[in-house]
Design a protein around this ligand. Structure first.
Ligand code: PLP
Length: 366
């Protein structure tokens, strides 16, 4: 079945006569449980919850491998790093990936004796760094620069070198690209973003190609306690049904915005993997089904960018991405990304594209 059909039905069983289409969330701490905790039934809700199980089975269908839900995207990132890396191990990370993942690796993991090397997402310099590596971490398209790397050959090179491969798929989502099908061992996602898409919850998940990798992640989750709330998980599963519709609309609008920005005299440069002529377009067209909601562009300087943000009437100034509202922020305000002062990361929402473009260009005039 097509993804548009799968997202509606994934993780749901057909309702019996007189039953609702979906069970509500299960709110629990302990469960009634007699005898030894042998894993056959829930004993305590840090280890398992039926609302997680339903969402995880939906994600497994969409990702192409078994899945675990986590309290946030960062909890999912930390679980993969924490279960794969030991003191003395070498990990190859993107130099231009999500900054909190980079700072976790460069800070805590380095202090724990893990050796971290970084390389830009674009290109294939990863190959030269893989000798002796335990983990290759990719993020494509990268946040915030929207560079793209070729997952399949890089995964093959990493496996030849004896390394595991993790792909942070938060900007693309599993409908945009399926890293497990391209050879990754782990697919990591911040479900805070387009997967849930309403800017009202924080959540993450990890999908794996080999069910054997799941046990260590489940133990990590139970020990660290980075567990998802049942309400957030239930809302996430509810939102999956509209993922295909939302992404289609967001990506169409993102492309129209990118074209309008490319042709505007106030804009020094624009990046969107779906934009013909973008340095990532050819590779992204081969690898991705949707190019994602993020568009990045550069204005003259910090002051111009701040004045543009303040002149917007419809686009909401906010961080994060993938939600129903079109949002934009000056990325350098976080001081952790190596971007120009006038660099804007915009996330296309579900509003009418013409209205959004009018707002963007009116703010330029203002
Ligand atoms: C690429 C990427 N990975 C991971 C995360 C972390 O996700 P969360 O904020 O849900 O912890 C983010 C958040 O912005 C992200 O952009």
């Amino acid at each position: 079945m097509d993804d548009a059909t799968l997202v509606v039905h994934a993780g749901h069983s057909s309702p019996a006569q007189g039953e609702p289409f979906r069970a509500g969330p299960t709110f629990a701490a302990p469960y009634r449980h007699l005898g030894q905790p042998d894993g056959s039934a829930n004993a305590y809700a840090r280890m398992g919850n039926p609302t997680w199980t339903a969402y995880e089975s939906a994600l497994a269908e969409l990702e192409g491998g078994p899945c675990l839900v986590f309290a946030s995207g960062m909890a999912a990132v930390a679980a993969v790093l924490g279960t794969t890396l030991r003191p003395g191990d070498l990990a190859v990370l993107p130099a231009d990936g999500y900054y909190t993942a980079r700072s976790l690796a460069g800070g805590y993991l380095t202090e724990m004796g893990v050796r971290i090397v970084t390389t830009p997402t674009a290109g294939s310099e990863h190959r030269e760094l893989l000798d002796g590596a335990r983990l290759l971490w990719l993020e494509t398209p990268s946040n915030p620069g929207l560079d793209v790397c070729d997952i399949r050959p890089l995964a093959r090179a990493a496996h030849d070198a004896g390394a595991l491969v993790a792909v942070d798929n938060s900007t693309a989502t599993m409908l945009g690209q399926r890293p497990l099908g391209l050879g990754a061992d782990f697919c990591v996602s911040s479900d805070t973003k387009a997967v849930t898409g309403h800017s009202d919850l924080v959540l993450g998940h990890v999908a794996v190609s080999d069910p054997g990798l799941l046990a260590a992640l489940a133990t990590w989750r139970a020990q660290v306690g980075a567990i998802a709330g049942p309400m957030e998980t239930w809302l996430a599963h509810r939102s999956l049904a509209t993922l295909d519709v939302r992404l289609r609309r967001q990506c169409e609008t993102a492309l129209q915005i990118a074209i309008a920005l490319r042709d505007h005299r106030c804009v020094a440069s624009v990046r969107y993997p779906g934009l013909p002529g973008d340095p990532a377009h050819e590779l992204a067209s081969r690898q991705m089904r949707f190019f994602g909601p993020l568009v990045c562009f550069t204005l003259a300087d910090e002051d111009t960018a701040e004045r543009w943000l303040r002149a917007l009437r419809l686009v909401t100034p906010a961080t994060s991405f993938g939600g129903a509202h079109t949002t934009a922020e000056r990325r350098a305000r976080w001081e952790d990304d190596d971007v120009a002062g006038g660099f804007i990361r915009l996330s296309a929402g579900l509003e009418n594209a013409g209205d959004v473009i009018d707002d963007i260009t009116s703010a330029f005039e203002a």
